[in-house]
Design a protein around this ligand. Sequence first.
Ligand SMILES: NC(=O)C1=CN([C@@H]2O[C@H](COP(=O)(O)OP(=O)(O)OC[C@H]3O[C@@H](n4cnc5c(N)ncnc54)[C@H](OP(=O)(O)O)[C@@H]3O)[C@@H](O)[C@H]2O)C=CC1
Ligand SMILES: Cc1cn([C@H]2C[C@H](O)[C@@H](COP(=O)(O)OP(=O)(O)O[C@H]3O[C@@H](C)C(=O)[C@@H](O)[C@H]3O)O2)c(=O)[nH]c1=O
Length: 288
Amino acid sequence: MKSISRALIIGKHGQLAQALIASKPNKIIATAMGRDDVDIGSLESIIAAIKQTRAELIINTAAYTQVDMAESQRDQAFSVNRDGAGNIALAAKRTQTRLIHLSTDYVFNGKQNKAYCVDDEPSALNVYGASKLAGEQAVIATKYEEVCIVRSSWLYSQFGTNFVKTMLRLMTQQPKLSVIDDQTSCPTSASELGQFIWSLSQQETLAPIYHWSDAGKASWYEFALAIQDMALNLGKLDTRIPIEPISSSQFSSAASRPLFSLLDITASRQIMTAKPWRENLTSVLQQL
Ligand SMILES: NC(=O)C1=CN([C@@H]2O[C@H](COP(=O)(O)OP(=O)(O)OC[C@H]3O[C@@H](n4cnc5c(N)ncnc54)[C@H](OP(=O)(O)O)[C@@H]3O)[C@@H](O)[C@H]2O)C=CC1
Ligand SMILES: Cc1cn([C@H]2C[C@H](O)[C@@H](COP(=O)(O)OP(=O)(O)O[C@H]3O[C@@H](C)C(=O)[C@@H](O)[C@H]3O)O2)c(=O)[nH]c1=O
């Protein structure tokens, strides 16, 4: 095991950055930086941030994550998700700092019917996925052995905005909901992903790519049903509303999303045990 004690988290105000700070082991000193602190468009700015914090590890959580907006803001999405990621990887290589870079299940087109392994061929359906895939390629192109990519799926937490919080809000505002039942992956607790990243950071050697999600699988509809059931049980909701399963074609959205983007997490289970997604959902709802 390595003993890395100083980390720089880029993307300070995002949900994963906040979950990383909340799940950080005591022995690690972490500094989180947002766009006011570091310009990921500038190699010099990133190198200065690494030197200032004397970081031995960078975790890049900064990303353009608005999936539908990205369809009409292609340049902005690629600027952050491809160019920013590439700059951070180059700065990590120049300063010989370990880098963990975050990516997504949306790099896959969802046409497979078994969970995606790390070496399955990615091919994105939407601009967000394409920009994240281009970011992975920019990171890999640095040929730096102390960098790895961690792909995850359907993150939620008490922080930021996410599907769980959106559903809870809509369940108090709408008489009924219609939720897509033909897109399948696995909801993932950002806090559990945070713990996986901290464990990974101490590994002696890194593989190029890891997949991490909670255990199991679900459609957005099944996820919404579980959110409602558990929130009612925990007293976080007062009233049950009807939730209707619909197909992707019945839901109007700018971006196409993969129908099946479940990640195969077999290799990552050697680093940390993945808990069933329903168990993690209960823990997060208790904190809301
Ligand atoms: N959310 C999800 O469901 C999933 C996310 N991922 C990946 O995990 C990572 C973290 O996601 P998550 O925390 O949910 O995302 P968020 O959208 O919550 O956070 C992303 C952060 O990136 C920051 N950011 C955006 N553009 C820039 C920029 N130009 N310079 C500096 N910072 C910038 C944002 O800052 P600001 O607040 O100022 O805009 C925001 O704080 C991302 O790489 C994402 O692709 C992977 C799978 C699922
Ligand atoms: C609000 C709502 C959404 N939906 C659908 C739309 C969509 O297909 C799905 C989820 O909606 P969201 O907008 O929360 O999800 P989306 O932004 O697609 O979530 C993705 O974000 C990026 C950042 C990732 O990397 C992915 O892993 C994934 O988490 O639910 C309904 O069916 N009914 C509804 O009432």
